[in-house]
Each structure stands twice: as structure tokens, then as C-alpha cells.
Design a protein around this ligand. Structure first.
Ligand code: KG4
Ligand code: ZN
Length: 359
């Protein structure tokens, strides 16, 4: 094995995906060079476990992680045709997330590291998302990140490894959560995002006048809010009842358009601020959109148009790397390992339900 190549096992158990991945990364002078290669990417979605409840049930999630993680790790080693002894480091999500699940991945990672005498690295799940686009593309720092998932909605300036500035975030629901709740109130399935997107394709985006929360609020900065939008959708749905396919399509399309306006307006302002802060002048900026909601074609095309208007290149990781996965955790571990950014007492790294990225 060449000295300048590292192999990292990543584990992810913070929400409703149980995942283990192995990533190979070339390093040079304390940096990972280029995307490297994902040698194994095992993901078990718990969607079916949680679907009857319309959302993730923490206790069920933790039990499922415990039942499946060992098998997925073994499958990852098989897929990569490597062994634990080949790894340079083991990285596991240490938070933020559902604490029972986080504890399972974190403890498993520590145990493997201890048994095989490897470096252990506790990773912030948000850092994994922040760096996920670097798994497939040569994207240099700095870049602007819009993270839109079931648990998060935030705009971050990714200045460098371990150097993130939170520019704005949701004050209530995450975007994916808003999609899930909107789908639930129209009796569509879980997860709600893909259901709403599919219904919205046949609907009229201006059928219902729904609010665009915070967009005209000067105090809001780059923050988001979606709970008022959800309430307005509920009222519109009640008024339109009984719902048929056409009415559902119009409600879904109007809802998606409102979300699109919120994301595009705040991300547009963030791109202009980023251009000023980084003194980009006429050079092209970089915008990365990550998280499960980035799988939405309508929102992606609106963000793509906004990026074009602002002279930014848009990068969206492939769907399997947009949603929760362990390759992004291995990548973050590899970047930290290469740079020597490792906790001095890795076995004491605690599981954290809350863990903002910029602290
Ligand atoms: O990143 P992710 O897999 O998990 C979290 O870290 O939360 O994101 C899952 C979220 C769910 O709320 C789901 O409804 C949403 O992403 N989502 C979508 C789409 N596909 C998934 N939202 C809108 N449109 C989609 N096509
Ligand atoms: Zn996530």
C-alpha cells in the first residue's frame, strides 16, 4: 500500500440510515488530493420501519442500527476486498442526531479502533454533508453550501477544513421535515418529499396563495422558516376538501413553489454576500447543494438558474451521496486524518444530540 494513500472506514447511524463505507484517498502534504475512490458504500434505509408512523421513531431507529451495523461493516469490507487491518483510520458520526443511534455507531467505531489499534475520529454529521461533494468532484475551498435535509436547512460558508461559517438557518422546521409534514396532512406516503414532487408535476404552482415566510423581513438575514407555510397549506387543504388527485397536485405544486422561492431568494443573497466576502470580483463562485431535498428536480433546476444568474457553478452530489451515507463520514475522517485534525483523546469523544458545525 503506497504511503501516500489512506483508507478510511466510515460509519453513519445518526438518523434512519444505517451505513458503512470505505473510501480510498490520495494525500499530499497534509491534504487529500482530489475525490479519491469510494470502494464500498453500504446503506440500509429504515424507511419501511418508520413509514407506518409518518416519521422516524428514535427507539425503533436505534434498535435497527444495532441489528444491522455489524453486518453492513462486514459487507463493506467484502465489497472493498479489504480488511480492518488495511484501514488507516475509523470515522463515525458523533452527532448531531438521534442520540440512541449516534451512540451505536460511535461505540462500534471506537471498539473497532481499539481492537485493531487504529486512529478513531468522531465526525460531525454536518461536516460530512459539507464535504460530500468533494467525494465526486474536484471542488476547492472556499464554497457556499446549502444543506437541505430532513433534519437541517442551513447556508454555510465552507472556508476550509474545520473552518465553517453559519450564514443562516431555519428557525423552526427543516425543509425535508416541512415536505414530510405537508405530505402527511394530505395523506401521502412517507418520506413526503418524493411524493410531493411527483404530485406537483401535474399541478398549478399558482393555484394557492401560500406565504413565503421571512422573505420580506429585514431582520431575518439569511434565515428560513417553514412552519407558517405548513399551517397555510393545512388551511388551504381544509378549504379544498374533499381532495382529489387534481386538488392534491395543485396544493403540492403551490407548496413546492413557495419552498423554491424561499430557497432561491436566501441562497441568491448568500451568493452575493459570499462574492463580496471572498472578494471573488468577476471570478466564478461555487455553490454546493447537499442533503436529501437536493434530490428534488424542480428545486435543483431553480437553484441552478439562480446560480447561473450569480455567476456561480452549481454542484449537487449524486442522490446516494446527497442523502445520509457513510462515504461522506469516511471522507471527512480522511481529510481530518491527513491534516492531523484529530481529537487528542479520541476515545473520550462524546455522542452529541446537538452540535452546530461552526462551534
Ligand atoms: O438527507 P436525508 O436523507 O436525511 C436527513 O439527514 O434528514 O434527507 C431526508 C429528507 C426527507 O425529509 C425527505 O422527504 C426529503 O429529504 N426528500 C425530498 C426529496 N427526496 C427526499 N424532499 C423533496 N423532494 C425530494 N425529491
Ligand atoms: Zn443528514
Amino acid at each position: 500500500m503506497a504511503e501516500n494513500t489512506i483508507y478510511v472506514l466510515g460509519l453513519e447511524t445518526s438518523c434512519d440510515e444505517t451505513a458503512a463505507a470505505i473510501v480510498k484517498m490520495p494525500i499530499d502534504e497534509g491534504h487529500v488530493v482530489g475525490p479519491g475512490r469510494i470502494l464500498a458504500n453500504q446503506i440500509l434505509s429504515q424507511i419501511e420501519t418508520h413509514a407506518p408512523y409518518g416519521g422516524v421513531v428514535p427507539e425503533l431507529a436505534a434498535r435497527a442500527h444495532l441489528s444491522h451495523l455489524d453486518r453492513l461493516i462486514a459487507a463493506a469490507f467484502d465489497e472493498a476486498e479489504l480488511q480492518l487491518s488495511d484501514m488507516h483510520a475509523i470515522a463515525a458520526t458523533a452527532g448531531p442526531g438521534l442520540i440512541g443511534g449516534v451512540l451505536i455507531g460511535l461505540t462500534t467505531g471506537k471498539a473497532l479502533a481499539l481492537a485493531a489499534d487504529k486512529t478513531f475520529i468522531g465526525i460531525n454529521h454536518l461536516e460530512g454533508h459539507a464535504l460530500s461533494a468533494r467525494l465526486t468532484e474536484n471542488i476547492d475551498f472556499p464554497y457556499l453550501l446549502l444543506l437541505v435535509s430532513g433534519g437541517h436547512c442551513q447556508l454555510l460558508s465552507v472556508n476550509g477544513l474545520d473552518d465553517y461559517t453559519l450564514l443562516g438557518q431555519t428557525r423552526d422546521d427543516a425543509v425535508g421535515e416541512a415536505f414530510d409534514k405537508a405530505a402527511k396532512l394530505m395523506s401521502l406516503g412517507y418520506p413526503g418529499g418524493p411524493q410531493i414532487e411527483q404530485r406537483a408535476r401535474h399541478g398549478n404552482r399558482s393555484a394557492h396563495k401560500l406565504p413565503r415566510p421571512l422573505l420580506n423581513d429585514r431582520q431575518a438575514g439569511l434565515d428560513f422558516s417553514f412552519s407558517g407555510l405548513k399551517t397555510a397549506l393545512r388551511q388551504a387543504a381544509e378549504k379544498a376538501a374533499p381532495l382529489d388527485d387534481e386538488k392534491v397536485a395543485d396544493l403540492a405544486a403551490s407548496f413546492e413553489a413557495a419552498i423554491g422561492d424561499c430557497l432561491v431568494t436566501q441562497t441568491g443573497a448568500a451568493m452575493r454576500g459570499f462574492r463580496r466576502d471572498k472578494v471573488l470580483q468577476n471570478r466564478r463562485g461555487r455553490l454546493v447543494v447537499a442533503g436529501g431535498v437536493a434530490a428534488n428536480d424542480y428545486l435543483r433546476s431553480r437553484l441552478s438558474a439562480a446560480a447561473q444568474d450569480e455567476n456561480f457553478d452549481l454542484f449537487v452530489p449524486p442522490p446516494a451521496l446527497c442523502t445520509d451515507n457513510a462515504a461522506m463520514i469516511a471522507r471527512a475522517g480522511g481529510e481530518r486524518f491527513a491534516a492531523g485534525l484529530i481529537d487528542p483523546q479520541p476515545m473520550a469523544v462524546a455522542a452529541r444530540a446537538r452540535w452546530p458545525l461552526n462551534i
